[in-house]
Write a protein that binds this ligand. Structure first.
Ligand code: ZN
Length: 190
C-alpha cells in the first residue's frame, strides 16, 4: 500500500500525502505504480482514521522489487517517521525525505530515506511483522554493501528481546514502536 506513485505522463513522483484533495487533483488513471506501471487506485480518506494511500487493483506489485505486504499500521508509521524525524533531529535538517525510495541496484524500496546533499543515505525501516536476527543482519548487510546506513524500528511481532539485543549489539541503539500509544495520541483531539 504505497504513498508514492508515478505520473503516467510526466514520470514525476507523486506523494499522495502532499496533495490536499487527491481525488480532485488527480485524474483517474493518471497515477501508476513506479515499479510495475499498473494503474493505481486511491483508498481511504484524507481526514479520518484510515490513512489515504494508493493501491494496486490487483493484490500485489508485479515488479521485481522485493515487496512485503504492508498493513495500515506500517503505512501509518512510515508517514509518522517521515513527518517527525526531520523536525526532531537537527542532523537531518539538510536531508531530503523520501517515502518509498527505490534502490535499483538491490531491488529494494526503503520505507523512509533521508538523502543528504553529499549523497549519503540513511534508511529507516519499519518492521512490525516477525523477523529473525539472521534476516535483520542479512538485510542490514544488503544496505551496507550499497553504502547505506539502516535504522530499524521494531514493533509488534518484530519487537522481541532477541531483536532488541541484536540492534543494541550491532547498531549501538534500538528503536521501538509503541503503536498503541501512538495511535491513542494521534486520535486525541487537539
Ligand atoms: Zn507495482
Amino acid at each position: 500500500m504505497p504513498f508514492v506513485g508515478k505520473d503516467v505522463n510526466s514520470g514525476a513522483r507523486i506523494n499522495i500525502l502532499h496533495l490536499k484533495d487527491p481525488r480532485k487533483e488527480l485524474l483517474k488513471g493518471q497515477v501508476v505504480c513506479p515499479f510495475c506501471e499498473a494503474v493505481f487506485a486511491i483508498r481511504g480518506q484524507v481526514e479520518g482514521k484510515l490513512t489515504i494511500h494508493f493501491m494496486h487493483t490487483t493484490d500485489e506489485c508485479a515488479s521485481s522489487y522485493i515487496s512485503h505486504p504492508e498493513s495500515i499500521e506500517h503505512l501509518y508509521f512510515k508517514e509518522y517517521i517521515a513527518r517527525n524525524l526531520q523536525s526532531e533531529l537537527n542532523e537531518y535538517s539538510d536531508a531530503k525525505v523520501e517515502l518509498e525510495y527505490p534502490i535499483e541496484s538491490m531491488k529494494r524500496i526503503i520505507d523512509v530515506a533521508f538523502i543528504f546533499p553529499n549523497g549519503w543515505i540513511v534508511a529507516h525501516e519499519v518492521q512490525l511483522s516477525e523477523i529473525s536476527t539472521q534476516e535483520l543482519a542479512a538485510r542490514t548487510k544488503d544496505y551496507r554493501n550499497e553504502g547505506i546506513d539502516v535504522i530499524w524500528w521494531l514493533g509488534k511481532g518484530a519487537d522481541t528481546a532477541s531483536n532488541r539485543n541484536w540492534c543494541y549489539t550491532n547498531q549501538g541503539e534500538c528503536y521501538t514502536i509503541d503503536f498503541e500509544t501512538l495511535t491513542q495520541i494521534s486520535n486525541t483531539p487537539q
